[in-house]
Write a protein that binds this ligand. Structure first.
Ligand code: SF4
Length: 293
């Protein structure tokens, strides 16, 4: 054990928007009574289970529509205006944990939609169609905004009409820049194109950080739910700089044969990976070496 270092990446784990939402949920749960959450509070089943055990009840939008006289937490992704209208109609108390960065973006898009400058302009959101945050953003424009998921889909826009481009907070900065370039090159004369880089650096900065972390250890355990898209993306970045990187979602998945002979082990994860889970992995590794002594 004396020769092995085990480090947990300080830059991995929940972004401040998610930390804030979980803190709000815990505060409300401590007061007692039932607290509902509209959608999974975070895309990590272990954390959802932890909060469920504390009393948090996750519901979907259909169930929300039928709910009356209750308390409902809105998670960091935010919600469209209809959710607030339903709450008012059904006497639902909202605990609003929408991330301040997302709230600000919702406001900007709403202002853009209400601005009376060009009746033909297209409000375009680069984001994942159907994603909760994107639904909340499109909702600010009464459903008029156009969602594009990729550079490929950018080609379907009408370049004879003005374009105002925004981005979902968690999209790729690199592709956003490519989209901006493509639109710039294709705009017809006489129409305008304005774009706003609304990508959250809490996520965008993780790529260079995690690459540096993965390169600085000889063995990497990347901890994430297997379905997390952010997890898949960050894990592939680890693999690029350190082929000895392994994706696990619990301590039981650690292959002990990898630990033999390792000198420097890094534990890192996605934006949906709780700190306590990375600590659990680190403790299991420590326990493995302790058992060898
Ligand atoms: S990624 Fe950024 S904008 Fe999205 S919830 Fe986290 S802190 Fe907020």
């Amino acid at each position: 054990m004396a020769n092995v270092t085990i480090e947990i990446d300080k830059g991995s784990g929940f972004c401040f928007g998610v930390v804030n939402a979980i803190r709000k949920a815990e505060e409300e749960l401590a007061k007692g009574g039932t607290l509902y959450c509209l959608g999974d509070i975070v895309h990590n089943s272990r954390e959802v289970e932890r909060l469920k055990a504390m009393g948090l009840v996750t519901i979907n939008h259909e169930e929300f529509g039928r709910l009356h006289d209750a308390k409902v937490l809105l998670r960091a992704h935010g919600e469209p205006p209809e959710t607030y209208e339903t709450a008012q109609r059904n006497n639902i108390e909202i605990i609003d944990a929408t991330c301040p960065v997302v709230l600000q973006l919702q406001k900007r898009i709403k202002q853009e939609y209400n601005r009376d400058d060009d009746s033909e302009k297209q409000i375009v959101i680069y984001g994942k169609s159907g994603h909760a945050e994107v639904l909340g953003l499109v909702g600010q424009t009464a459903g008029h905004a156009i969602v594009i998921e990729s550079l490929e889909e950018t080609k379907q826009l009408d370049f004879n009409k003005s374009i105002r481009l925004y981005s979902q907070t968690t999209k790729s900065l690199h592709e956003f820049r490519e989209i901006v370039e493509y639109i710039r090159e294709h705009m017809a004369p006489g129409v305008t194109f304005q774009y706003y880089d609304t990508i959250c650096r809490q996520v965008a900065n993780r790529i260079p950080n995690i690459r540096e972390f993965a390169a600085s250890h000889d063995l990497i355990f990347f901890v994430s739910g297997k379905k997390s898209s952010n997890g898949k993306m960050l894990f592939s970045e680890c693999l690029k700089v350190n082929p000895n990187s392994h994706l696990i979602d619990s301590a039981t998945e650690i292959d002990n044969s990898l630990l033999e002979g390792a000198e420097s082990i890094g534990v890192c994860g996605a934006t949906s990976t709780p700190k306590w889970l990375m600590e659990e992995i680190s403790e299991a590794i420590h326990a493995f070496y302790a058992s060898k002594e």
